[in-house]
Design a protein around this ligand. Structure first.
Ligand code: ZN
Length: 998
C-alpha cells in the first residue's frame, strides 16, 4: 500500500489490482507463565507485537479472552453445551469454572482503554492510543491470571494435577479481507488465528513432564525428557503390568521449580500439557521429499501404556504420509500427549496434539494420525475453522482414510473395532464406515450442507457431514483425477497457501488450475448443498459390426458429477474379472464405448468410492434379468452388499389375549444404510387359535430436493385373533403417506409433518362381524429443546362401519363417524436442589361432528384409549376387545384418556381434558404424580394418583383421589381393576421420531 501512496499517479487499474492482493496480519508473542498446581492458576505476562499488513488503518483490536468462556452460564460456550445436553458448566460448582483476569493492557508504557464485547465476555475490544497505519507495528503488554477450569467441561482444564493448557492467553482475533473475525470460544466450532512467532517460558514444579508447541530451548529439560524416554523404553514391560490405581496416582509436586523455554515461528497458536505421571517415548521420522529428520514424542500416563506403547510408530507414519501426499512437515518436532480428560477423540494444536482415552491401539492410531494430520489442515493451511470447518476436518478425514487404506490394505479391523466385529458388515474399511454414516443420515433427509457454520450444525451432522462426507467427496475427486493428479493438486494448494488463510474459493482455484478441470459439481453442489448423487446404468448395447459395447449411464440424482464405469469379463478360472474402468465426464447422460462384446457385467463405481445414495441401479449383468442382483439372506441385520439383493431374517415370538403365544419369523431388508424401499414380513403361528397370523409393512422413502424432508409412502398389514370365539379374527390394511415439511439442511429444533392414513378393517366374529373403511389426516408440530418439548397434533377422522351379517339385530347395519381431535403436550425439565425433573401438561379436545346413531357415538367415542377405540389399528393391545380382566386395563395416553378410570364407560362423544404428570425432586425419577381433569357435556371429573414409568414403553398408574365421577368413590374392593397400565409399542410411528436423535 505504501507503493500506491508514493506512485499515486499510476493508473487506477494498478491500484485496483494492488488492493486485491492477498495480505495477512502478523502477531509475535513473548509469554512468561507459571503454574500454581495447588490452586490451579496460571500467572503470566504477555508481550505481543502486532503487525498491520492490511491496507486499512486500525483504531482498535479485538482480543480473545477465551478462558472467560468458563466464567459462568452466560457465555456462548455454556449456552452451546447446555443446548447439547452437557450441563457441567451451567449447573456445576463454582470451583469447576475458570476465567482470565488481572489484565492491564499497555503500549509504550501507556495504559490502553479496553472493554468487554457487549455480547461475549470472552472477547474484548482494545482501543489503540493512536491509529495503526498499514505497514506499522505496535507492541502491547499485559499481565494476566487464569483460573484453570475443570477438564470435564471443554478443552482448557485440569483433572487433578493433569493440565491441558489451551486457548489460555489474550490473543488478537483475525483481521482479514472480510474484516474482524472475533468469535467466542465454543466446544462445537473451532478456531481461526493469526500467524506469527511464539517465545514462551513456563515455570512449574520440576517433576512435571511437558508437551508443547515449539522447539524446546532448555538443554536440562531436553536431557530430562531423553532420560524419561530411556526409562520408559527399558521399563515398558513393568509399565504394562502396573496396577491401574498405582499407575494413575499423582506423585507429590517437587518443591524445586524449573523454567523451560519454547520458540516457534510460522504457527498460529501455542498449547502445552503438563502431567507428573507421564511416561515418554522418543522417535524420529525422515520426511519423504526433503529427507529432513523430525523428532517425535509420545507422552502418556502409565495406566495407558498398553495402548500407547507403539504411539511413536503412529506419529511417525502419520507425519510421513501427510508429508508425502500434501507437502513436507515444516517444523522440527511432533508430539502427541495423553489427555486423560475427555471420553475419546483428540484435539490438535501446532506441533502438539492431545488424545483422549482410547479404547484400543487401533482407535489410538486413528486418532493420533488424525490429530497429527491437523498440523497440515489447520496448522499449516490456516483456514477459518469456525465458518468452513470442512477445510480442515474434512480434508483431514480424507487423508486419514487414505492412511488406513495405504497402511492396512484390505484390512477391515477398523470397522470391527467400531462394531466389535458384530453383525455381517461385509469387509467394511475405514472409508466405508463414513460412507454408511453419510448415506444413513442423508437417507433420512437429515443431512445439512458441508458448508455450514460450525455452530449451526446438529451434533450428528458436525461429525458425519463436516468430517465424513467431506472426506468421501474428496475421495471421489481423488478417484476421478487419479492419485498422481490429485497429489499434484494438493501439493500445489499446500505450496500456495502454507502459513496463510485460504478461503474455499482459494482452494477451488488452486485445485482447478492445477488439474485443468471445472469442479463446480464438487465445490458448489456437493459442498454447498445437500443435493445427492444417484447414477444409473440405463442401457448396454452390443454392436457385433464394430465389435464394441456401448454403455449408457444416466444421472438420476441431483448432482452432475463424473461417473466411473467398470467392465467385467468371465475369465477361464475366475468369473467376472474387472478388465477396464472408464470415466464419463459430468453430463446428464453419456455413452461410453468399450472394445469387444463379451462382457459379463458392467458396474458404476464397483469400489463404492462415490458417495451415492442408491447403488442398486448401478449394475448390468449378462443374464436373464440384467439389472437384478442375486439374493442373499443373513441373520438379524447387516449391511447391504453392493452386488447382492440382501434380506435378513430372524425368528420372532409374541402374544396376545386371543392368539396366546405366537411364534414365527420375520424377513426384512432393514439393513444399513437404509434402502428407499423397505419391507418387513412377519408371519406367525397362533398357538391359542392354531392358525397363521402376523403382520407386514412395506414402505418407500423419498427425498425431494426442496419443500419436504425425507418422506414415506407405505402400507401396514395386520392379521390377528380377536374376540372370544375361536374363529374370531381381524385383518387391517393401512396405506399411509407421511410428509415431513421443511427444507433439508435446516438444523431447527422445530419440525412438522402431515400424515395421511387410510384404513380398511374386517373384523370377523364367526357368526357376525363388520367391515370398516376410513382414514385420517393429521398435522404434527414439534419443538425439541434441551429442557422443553412441545407437541401439537390436530387430526380429522372419518370412518364408516357396515355389519357383515344381519343375524344380530342389536348391531346397527351401518354407522359412520366424522370427528376432529387436537392434543397439545408441553413438557419441561426443572431444577430443584440440583435435581432435574420433567413435568408434562397434556390438553385434549375432541368433537364428534356427525354421528348418525347412538351406536356410532358409542363406538367412536373419546376418553378411554382402550383397544376397541384404536379404530385405525395404530397401537398394539394385548387384549384389544377385553371388557374386563387384566388385559382390559391397558390404555394409551391419548384421546383425552385419564391415567386411571374416570367413569364406568369412559366413553364420550365430545371431551376436553387436561392431564398433568410430574416427576418429583428427592424421589427417584421412576415415580411421579398425576392429576387428570376433564369435562364432557355437563359431566366433570378429577382424578389424582401416583404413576410409575418404566422407560418409554411401560407405565403404571395407581389412583388415590377421585371427584365428580359417576364412580364417586374409589372402589377399594376392586382396586386391582382401577390400576391402569400403558404399553407403547408402535415402533413404526416411533421410527419417524428418529429425527429427534439427530
Ligand atoms: Zn479433527
Amino acid at each position: 500500500m505504501k507503493k500506491i501512496i508514493v506512485f499515486s499517479a499510476i493508473s487506477l487499474c494498478a491500484t485496483f489490482s494492488m488492493a486485491q492482493k492477498y495480505w495477512q496480519q502478523e502477531v509475535n508473542y513473548k509469554i512468561n507463565v507459571s503454574l500454581d498446581d495447588q490452586n490451579h492458576y496460571l500467572r503470566g505476562f504477555e508481550s505481543m507485537e502486532y503487525v498491520n499488513n492490511s491496507p486499512n488503518v486500525l483504531e482498535k483490536l479485538y482480543i480473545h479472552l477465551w478462558p472467560n468462556a468458563y466464567r459462568n452460564r452466560n457465555s456462548a460456550l455454556a449456552k452451546q453445551l447446555y443446548k447439547n445436553g452437557q450441563t457441567e458448566l451451567f449447573f456445576g460448582p463454582e470451583s469447576d469454572r475458570g476465567w482470565i483476569d488481572s489484565l492491564n493492557f499497555k503500549s509504550e508504557g501507556a495504559m490502553l482503554k479496553w472493554d468487554y464485547d457487549p455480547e461475549h465476555m470472552d472477547i474484548c475490544i482494545l482501543q489503540l492510543a493512536k491509529p495503526l497505519r498499514p505497514g506499522e507495528r505496535i507492541t502491547i503488554e499485559t499481565p494476566f491470571k487464569v483460573k484453570i477450569p475443570s477438564g470435564e467441561i471443554s478443552r482448557l482444564g485440569h483433572v487433578g494435577q493433569s493440565y491441558q493448557i489451551t486457548q489460555w492467553y489474550p490473543k488478537p482475533a483475525v483481521y482479514d479481507k472480510n474484516g474482524w473475525n472475533q468469535i467466542p470460544y465454543l466446544n462445537q466450532g473451532e478456531f481461526y488465528s493469526e500467524y506469527g512467532s511464539f517465545d514462551v517460558t513456563i515455570t512449574l514444579p520440576e517433576n512435571y513432564v511437558v508437551g508443547a508447541t515449539g522447539d524446546l530451548q532448555t538443554q536440562s529439560e531436553l536431557d530430562f525428557l531423553s532420560k524419561k524416554a530411556k526409562e520408559t523404553e527399558s521399563g515398558i514391560g513393568d509399565l504394562l503390568t502396573l496396577s491401574k490405581t498405582k499407575a494413575s496416582e499423582f506423585p507429590t509436586s517437587s518443591t524445586n521449580m524449573k523454567t523451560i523455554r519454547y520458540i516457534q515461528n510460522n504457527v498460529h497458536d501455542f498449547a502445552w500439557f503438563a502431567d507428573k505421571r507421564y511416561a515418554v517415548l522418543k522417535g524420529e521420522v525422515e520426511l519423504p521429499q526433503s529427507k529432513r529428520k523430525v523428532t517425535s514424542w509420545a507422552m502418556f500416563v502409565p495406566s495407558n501404556a498398553k495402548t500407547w506403547q507403539h504411539a511413536i510408530e503412529y506419529i511417525n507414519d502419520g507425519t510421513y504420509y501427510y508429508s508425502l501426499w500434501n507437502g513436507d512437515y515444516p517444523y522440527n518436532q511432533v508430539t502427541a500427549v495423553d489427555g486423560t480428560i475427555s471420553a475419546g477423540g483428540g484435539m490438535e494444536y501446532p506441533n502438539v496434539t492431545v488424545i483422549g482415552n482410547a479404547s484400543s491401539k487401533e482407535e489410538l492410531e486413528v486418532v493420533i494420525v488424525h490429530e497429527v494430520g491437523h498440523n497440515w489442515f489447520y496448522g499449516i493451511l490456516g483456514s477459518n475453522e469456525r465458518v468452513h470447518g470442512w477445510m480442515d476436518e474434512g480434508m483431514n478425514t480424507l487423508n486419514e482414510m487414505r492412511y488406513i487404506q495405504t497402511k492396512y490394505p484390505n484390512n477391515t479391523r477398523f470397522s470391527d473395532m467400531v462394531l466389535n466385529g458384530k453383525f455381517h458388515l461385509n469387509d467394511l474399511d475405514h472409508h466405508d464406515m463414513g460412507d454408511i454414516s453419510y448415506r444413513a443420515i442423508a437417507g433420512f433427509g437429515l443431512d445439512q450442507p458441508i458448508e455450514t457454520h460450525s455452530a449451526a450444525f446438529t451434533s450428528a451432522n458436525y461429525g458425519i457431514i463436516m468430517y465424513q462426507k467431506t472426506g468421501l467427496v474428496f475421495f471421489y475427486l481423488k478417484d476421478y483425477l487419479g492419485e498422481e493428479l490429485f497429489d499434484k493438486a494438493m501439493h500445489e494448494y499446500y505450496e500456495q497457501w502454507k502459513f496463510k488463510h485460504p478461503q474455499p474459493e482459494d482452494m477451488k482455484k488452486a485445485i482447478e488450475s492445477s488439474t485443468g478441470k471445472n469442479l463446480s459439481w464438487l465445490f458448489t453442489d456437493l459442498i454447498q448443498t445437500t443435493r445427492h448423487i444417484d447414477y444409473k446404468i440405463q442401457r448396454v448395447k452390443k454392436d457385433k459390426l464394430t465389435n464394441t459395447t456401448q454403455v449408457t449411464v444416466k444421472n438420476v440424482g441431483q448432482v452432475q458429477g463424473p461417473i466411473e464405469v467398470n467392465a467385467f469379463m468371465d475369465k477361464k478360472d475366475r468369473d467376472s474379472m474387472l478388465v477396464e474402468t472408464k470415466w464419463a465426464e459430468p453430463a446428464k447422460k453419456s455413452t461410453l464405448t468399450f472394445n469387444g462384446t463379451d462382457y459379463s457385467r458392467f458396474s458404476i463405481d464397483v469400489s463404492k468410492d462415490i458417495p451415492e445414495l442408491k447403488r442398486s441401479n448401478n449394475h448390468w449383468n449378462k443374464k436373464l434379468f440384467p439389472y437384478c442382483e442375486p439374493m442373499k439372506g443373513e441373520f438379524l441385520i447387516g449391511d447391504h452388499d453392493i452386488n447382492k439383493t440382501n434380506f435378513f431374517w430372524t425368528p420372532t415370538i409374541g402374544g396376545n389375549a386371543y392368539d396366546g403365544f405366537m411364534f414365527g419369523g420375520a424377513i426384512h431388508n432393514l439393513g444399513i444404510p437404509f434402502k428407499p424401499f423397505q419391507f418387513v414380513f412377519a408371519p406367525q403361528f397362533s398357538t391359542g387359535r392354531l392358525r397363521p397370523v402376523g403382520m407386514a409393512e412395506f414402505s418407500y422413502t423419498f427425498l425431494p430436493a426442496t419443500r419436504f424432508k425425507s418422506s414415506k409412502l407405505g402400507m401396514s398389514i395386520r392379521h390377528f385373533g380377536t374376540g372370544d370365539s375361536k374363529d374370531a379374527q381381524l385383518v387391517s390394511l393401512a396405506p399411509y403417506l407421511k410428509l415431513n415439511l421443511g427444507n433439508r439442511g435446516e438444523a431447527s429444533p422445530t419440525s412438522h409433518d402431515v400424515l395421511i392414513q387410510g384404513s380398511f378393517r374386517k373384523d370377523d366374529y364367526g357368526m357376525n362381524g363388520f367391515t370398516q373403511l376410513g382414514g385420517f389426516l393429521q398435522y404434527n408440530y414439534n419443538v425439541n429443546l434441551t429442557d422443553h418439548r412441545f407437541d401439537w397434533k390436530v387430526r380429522y377422522e372419518y370412518a364408516n362401519r357396515n355389519r357383515v351379517d344381519d343375524l344380530i339385530d342389536y348391531i346397527e347395519p351401518s354407522v359412520s363417524m366424522n370427528r376432529v381431535q387436537t392434543e397439545m403436550k408441553y413438557k419441561w425439565r426443572y431444577l430443584r436442589n440440583k435435581q432435574k425433573r420433567w413435568m408434562e401438561v397434556r390438553a385434549f379436545t375432541g368433537w364428534n361432528l356427525a354421528t348418525n346413531t347412538d351406536q356410532s357415538a358409542f363406538l367412536y367415542s373419546f376418553g378411554g384409549a382402550m383397544g376397541d377405540q384404536d379404530i385405525y389399528m395404530e397401537e398394539y393391545y394385548f387384549g384389544r376387545f377385553q371388557p374386563n380382566g387384566f388385559w382390559s386395563n391397558q390404555r394409551m395416553n391419548n384421546m383425552g384418556g385419564f391415567n386411571t378410570a374416570n367413569d364406568q364407560n369412559e366413553r364420550f362423544e365430545n371431551l376436553s381434558t387436561v392431564s398433568i404428570y410430574s416427576e418429583l425432586p428427592y424421589i427417584p425419577k421412576l415415580f411421579g404424580v398425576f392429576v387428570d381433569a376433564g369435562i364432557a357435556g355437563n359431566k366433570s371429573a378429577l382424578n389424582a394418583g401416583v404413576g410409575m414409568k418404566l422407560g418409554p414403553v411401560l407405565s403404571v398408574y395407581f389412583p388415590l383421589y377421585r371427584a365428580g365421577n359417576a364412580l364417586d368413590a374409589l372402589q377399594f374392593n376392586q382396586y386391582g381393576r382401577e390400576i391402569r397400565f400403558s404399553l407403547k409399542m408402535n415402533l413404526v410411528n416411533s421410527s419417524f421420531r428418529l429425527g429427534n436423535l439427530f
